[in-house]
Design a protein. Structure first.
Length: 132
Protein backbone atom coordinates (compact mmCIF):
# COMPACT_ATOMS: atom_id res chain seq x y z
CA UNK A 1 0.00 0.00 0.00
CA UNK A 2 2.77 2.46 0.88
CA UNK A 3 5.57 1.00 -1.25
CA UNK A 4 7.89 0.33 1.66
CA UNK A 5 10.22 -2.15 0.01
CA UNK A 6 13.51 -0.34 -0.62
CA UNK A 7 14.53 0.62 2.89
CA UNK A 8 16.12 -1.09 5.86
CA UNK A 9 14.15 -2.93 8.52
CA UNK A 10 15.42 -3.30 12.07
CA UNK A 11 13.65 -5.53 14.60
CA UNK A 12 14.21 -6.55 18.18
CA UNK A 13 13.53 -10.15 17.18
CA UNK A 14 16.70 -10.40 15.08
CA UNK A 15 20.17 -11.16 16.37
CA UNK A 16 21.85 -10.70 12.98
CA UNK A 17 24.07 -7.60 12.82
CA UNK A 18 22.45 -4.95 10.63
CA UNK A 19 18.96 -6.28 11.30
CA UNK A 20 18.60 -4.93 14.84
CA UNK A 21 19.42 -1.61 16.47
CA UNK A 22 22.78 -1.97 18.18
CA UNK A 23 24.12 0.71 20.51
CA UNK A 24 25.82 2.61 17.68
CA UNK A 25 22.65 2.73 15.58
CA UNK A 26 20.55 3.80 18.56
CA UNK A 27 22.90 6.70 19.21
CA UNK A 28 23.12 7.71 15.54
CA UNK A 29 19.36 7.47 14.91
CA UNK A 30 17.76 8.55 18.18
CA UNK A 31 20.40 10.21 20.33
CA UNK A 32 23.70 11.97 20.19
CA UNK A 33 27.17 11.63 21.66
CA UNK A 34 26.01 12.69 25.12
CA UNK A 35 22.55 11.14 25.41
CA UNK A 36 20.41 8.46 23.80
CA UNK A 37 17.21 6.60 24.67
CA UNK A 38 17.29 3.76 27.18
CA UNK A 39 16.41 0.74 25.04
CA UNK A 40 16.32 -1.47 28.13
CA UNK A 41 12.85 0.07 28.61
CA UNK A 42 11.80 -1.00 25.11
CA UNK A 43 10.31 -4.50 25.09
CA UNK A 44 10.23 -4.86 21.30
CA UNK A 45 10.42 -2.73 18.18
CA UNK A 46 10.26 -2.67 14.41
CA UNK A 47 11.77 0.25 12.49
CA UNK A 48 11.71 0.91 8.74
CA UNK A 49 14.07 3.54 7.31
CA UNK A 50 14.23 4.36 3.61
CA UNK A 51 16.73 6.97 2.55
CA UNK A 52 17.21 5.66 -1.01
CA UNK A 53 15.76 8.95 -2.32
CA UNK A 54 17.81 11.61 -0.56
CA UNK A 55 15.05 14.16 -1.20
CA UNK A 56 12.44 12.35 0.91
CA UNK A 57 13.02 10.33 4.04
CA UNK A 58 10.52 7.62 4.89
CA UNK A 59 10.80 6.51 8.48
CA UNK A 60 8.36 4.37 10.48
CA UNK A 61 8.90 2.92 13.92
CA UNK A 62 6.76 0.96 16.37
CA UNK A 63 8.05 0.46 19.89
CA UNK A 64 6.46 -1.66 22.60
CA UNK A 65 7.49 -0.25 25.93
CA UNK A 66 8.30 -2.50 28.86
CA UNK A 67 7.91 0.58 31.07
CA UNK A 68 4.99 2.74 29.92
CA UNK A 69 6.14 5.59 32.18
CA UNK A 70 9.03 6.02 29.71
CA UNK A 71 6.69 6.91 26.81
CA UNK A 72 6.93 10.71 27.03
CA UNK A 73 10.71 10.63 27.39
CA UNK A 74 11.04 8.29 24.43
CA UNK A 75 8.69 10.43 22.35
CA UNK A 76 10.94 13.43 23.09
CA UNK A 77 13.87 11.53 21.53
CA UNK A 78 11.77 10.82 18.43
CA UNK A 79 10.76 14.48 18.17
CA UNK A 80 14.40 15.52 18.57
CA UNK A 81 15.34 13.15 15.72
CA UNK A 82 12.79 14.76 13.42
CA UNK A 83 13.73 18.30 14.50
CA UNK A 84 17.39 17.52 13.76
CA UNK A 85 16.47 16.21 10.29
CA UNK A 86 14.49 19.42 9.61
CA UNK A 87 17.45 21.51 10.73
CA UNK A 88 19.91 19.61 8.52
CA UNK A 89 17.51 19.65 5.56
CA UNK A 90 17.57 23.46 5.63
CA UNK A 91 21.05 23.29 4.10
CA UNK A 92 19.83 21.21 1.16
CA UNK A 93 17.09 22.87 -0.91
CA UNK A 94 16.26 19.62 -2.76
CA UNK A 95 15.10 17.86 0.42
CA UNK A 96 11.34 17.84 0.96
CA UNK A 97 11.14 19.41 4.41
CA UNK A 98 7.32 19.35 4.34
CA UNK A 99 7.30 15.57 4.82
CA UNK A 100 9.46 16.02 7.90
CA UNK A 101 7.22 18.75 9.28
CA UNK A 102 4.18 16.47 8.87
CA UNK A 103 5.73 13.67 10.92
CA UNK A 104 3.42 11.94 13.38
CA UNK A 105 4.48 10.71 16.84
CA UNK A 106 1.86 9.00 19.00
CA UNK A 107 1.41 6.70 21.95
CA UNK A 108 -1.31 4.15 22.54
CA UNK A 109 -1.24 1.99 25.65
CA UNK A 110 2.29 0.66 25.99
CA UNK A 111 3.19 1.46 22.35
CA UNK A 112 4.90 4.49 20.86
CA UNK A 113 5.02 4.88 17.10
CA UNK A 114 6.11 7.47 14.60
CA UNK A 115 6.03 7.98 10.89
CA UNK A 116 7.74 10.36 8.49
CA UNK A 117 6.92 10.39 4.79
CA UNK A 118 4.46 11.46 2.11
CA UNK A 119 1.47 9.91 3.86
CA UNK A 120 2.38 10.15 7.54
CA UNK A 121 -1.25 10.68 8.57
CA UNK A 122 -2.44 7.65 6.59
CA UNK A 123 0.30 5.41 7.92
CA UNK A 124 -0.28 6.64 11.49
CA UNK A 125 -4.00 5.95 11.10
CA UNK A 126 -3.31 2.42 9.91
CA UNK A 127 -0.91 1.86 12.79
CA UNK A 128 -3.43 3.20 15.31
CA UNK A 129 -5.86 0.56 14.03
CA UNK A 130 -3.41 -2.14 15.10
CA UNK A 131 -3.65 -1.07 18.74
CA UNK A 132 -7.45 -1.04 19.09
Amino acid sequence: KYGMIKGMVFTSSSNIPGEYLDDDLIVSLYGDASESPDFSKIKSYCVYIDDTDYKVLTDVGIFELGDVSYADTFMAYLKARIDEMILKAGSYPDIDVDTLKKAVIKKTGNYVYYTVGYDSDGIASDLAGLFR
